[in-house]
Design a protein around this ligand. Sequence first.
Ligand code: TMP
Length: 196
Amino acid sequence: MASGLLISLEGVDGAGKTTIARRLVRWLRGRGVEARYTREPTGGPYGRLLRRLAHGRRVDPRVEALLFAADRLYHLERVVEPLLGEGYVVVSDRYLHSSLAYQGASVGDLGWVEELNRFARRPDLGILLDVRPEVGLGRLRGRRSRFEREEFLGRVREVYLRYVDRGDLLRVDAEKPLEEVFSEVAGIVEDLLRLA
Ligand code: TMP
């Protein structure tokens, strides 16, 4: 493959992105495809700052939007683009549409968040692992499903679904058993590789 492919896995908290992403990478490697797992927020300077801020006082959502956009450009430059240049299939556990959905919902100005992310390349394939927030939150041990979080994630999900309607994300029903979710995702990726 001359240049690689960028696949993003998206969804609200507890959708199963990390499990599916890691498994997808193993599955690709098992088929002789060079693949790498990566994630956002990254472990780089902006990602670390975001994580630190998440533990402190509430941050202005506009500042968060700027930092997530900065972290994404860092991720692209340092990790994603070099791998794509070497022909890897890069599987990103959250990417561009996390900002559009989460910061779109928290800032309330989707156009501005899109503008901030104008320089981030679109994924070649974006998959929404779609679960209702109450289902996602219910899966997360240790994190109680607070009403406020559930309400927010409901709005996040609505924005994600808008990108499904536009054809930018493919929706997979992630409330189904893991095996079924994975085989649907693998089928989509297999089709993509066949075309690539
Ligand atoms: P994680 O739970 O996948 O580790 O992600 C950490 C949190 O960061 C999660 O609540 C979603 C949030 N997030 C955004 O709000 N915008 C973004 O662009 C990204 C990548 C993550």
